[in-house]
Design a protein. Structure first.
Length: 155
C-alpha cells in the first residue's frame, strides 16, 4: 500500500537519529547525567508521570534530579522494545524498558518494566522529546546482590 501523504514518511536516517536519542536518554539515566538528559528535551517539552505533568526543560531536569537522587549510583535501564513512526509535525514512538536499580538505604533492588509513549520534534536541527508519557507496566524486587553486587563490609 502506498502512503497517500508523503509528508508522513520518516526517513531511515531520521528513525536512526530518534532511536539514538532514546538510547542517549537511557544511558544518561544509568550514568546520572543531567546535562545529557537536558539535551534530549525540547525547551518547552512535557513530561507526563502519572497524574503529574512537568513542562519546560529546566523543570523536567529538576524533577528528574529529585527522582534520581533517591537511588544509589546503581541504576541500569535496558531498552527491550521500540517503535518509531512519522506523525504530523514530527514523529511518535513507544519504548519499553527494563530497569534494575537500588534506592539508597534499601535492602532489595527493584526490577521495573516501564513504557514511554513519546512525541518527537526537531529543535535546532536535532530530534528531541517534545512529550514523554510514562506508564509503569511492572515493578518487583529481587534480593540485593542478585543484579548489583553488595558492597563488601571489609570482613
Amino acid at each position: 500500500m502506498v502512503d497517500a501523504n508523503p509528508a508522513l514518511v520518516l526517513s531511515a536516517h531520521d528513525e536512526r537519529e530518534i532511536r539514538a536519542l532514546v538510547a542517549r536518554y537511557t544511558e544518561a539515566v544509568s550514568r546520572f547525567d543531567a546535562a545529557t538528559i537536558a539535551a534530549t528535551w525540547a525547551a518547552d517539552g512535557q513530561w507526563h508521570l502519572g497524574p503529574r505533568t512537568v513542562t519546560g526543560r529546566a523543570a523536567i531536569v529538576e524533577l528528574w534530579q529529585q527522582i534520581i537522587a533517591r537511588y544509589e549510583s546503581r541504576i541500569i535501564q535496558l531498552m527491550v522494545d521500540a517503535r518509531v513512526q512519522a506523525a504530523p509535525g514530527g514523529a511518535t514512538g513507544r519504548f519499553t524498558f527494563l530497569e534494575f536499580a537500588r534506592k539508597a538505604g534499601e535492602s532489595k533492588d527493584h526490577v521495573e518494566v516501564g513504557r514511554y509513549t513519546d512525541t518527537f520534534a526537531r529543535e535546532n536541527g536535532q530530534w528531541v522529546f517534545s512529550q514523554r508519557r510514562f506508564a509503569l507496566v511492572y515493578r518487583g524486587s529481587i534480593a540485593a546482590g542478585e543484579f548489583f553486587p553488595v558492597p563488601s563490609t571489609g570482613q
